[in-house]
Design a protein around this ligand. Sequence first.
Ligand SMILES: Cc1ncc(COP(=O)(O)O)c(C=O)c1O
Length: 396
Amino acid sequence: MNQRTLFLRHLAQTSPEPLLLEIERAEGVYLYGSKGERWLDLISGIAVSSVGHRHPAVLKRIHEQTERYFHTMVYGELVLSPQVELASRLVQHLPASLDAVYLCNSGTEATEGAMKLAKRVTGRPNFIAFQNAYHGSSQGALSLMGSDYFKSGYGPLLPGIRTLRYNHTLDLQHINHQTAAVFVEPVQSEAGYRPPCHAWMQALAARCKEVGALLVMDEVQTGFGRTGRWFGFEHYGIVPDIITLAKGLGGGLPIGAFVSSRDNMMHFTHNPVLGHITTFGGNPLSAAAACGVLDVLETMNLDHLETLAAPFYHIQHPLLRGISGKGMMIAWTFDSFDIVKQIIQHCLTHGLLTDWFLFNANSLRICPPLTITPSEIQEALNLLTQAMDAVMQFNG
Ligand SMILES: Cc1ncc(COP(=O)(O)O)c(C=O)c1O
């Protein structure tokens, strides 16, 4: 039996039509297939490979750590230098009030930890989230999801969660003194890279402050330079109470985190003790890789990202209906999912990997490694234009 057959037989499937590309290796912005194919990676494993695949600085840190130790003890008990270095360097890029890092394994776990922390800090039961929000797939995080379709079949989920419209100021009145926290993305990712207006984000932060609800900023996709700043919230002149991180943090290895004030985080130490625990969270190998990501990002000029990404925003084509996004997270919108699917298929057979969005199937995802060069961007634009031309011709 070949790899594909074994894959379909023994790996749990989550969709009826997986892409089924057989990946042999990956380097920089390219994925290489088992039959000599090469794909320019325009999605970075969904905002993960922000410094490109197998960045030398990340590899160096991983290799060094393989000579020392992997897992030694559950999180929080031993002083492990990759975790200490990661947390202390990470907070240097955050406002002073975000100075305590809880390392976990994924974005979903970061959401779960942030939900628990908000309950402990405020003593309140309820949460607010937004339509088309995605914060993860476990039952707490799924309860925050802004889509009834994707929640269907998994009830009962957590009570006390209200879903508001993103970017609608009137709805903010529903945040009240029973609200433990509001979960929000600085740019809504799975809605199709939709940034809200500046004034709305400021009004949201002000409303949270007014009623004593915590503001939790989900930076799982937007963090680590993706929007042209270290973190997406920086665009709005606000400071959240908690941020959640994952994806780009690990340079391809699994790691997540939620960050808040030390005072807030101390709630996990008492009544009950061990208020949030994990075996593998902040795994030393993943933490070392994340230090490698910081090594890269700290030498990168993020101010240039907007200029670098500009060609993706300025393209024109008769099929294109709209372009949205921030920095290197860009969505191109078309008339239908059928057109998007045809473009993706054409791209795949001609050497480029792209995708649609969970809650916006009419849009095409453009989220390459931040290390992509202008000539690689030109290559991507040529392939995308050829695909759009071919689809337009095919559909008459
Ligand atoms: C904005 C956002 N939050 C949370 C998550 C969940 O992260 P993970 O898949 O690492 O659990 C995702 C994953 O796509 C995400 O895009």
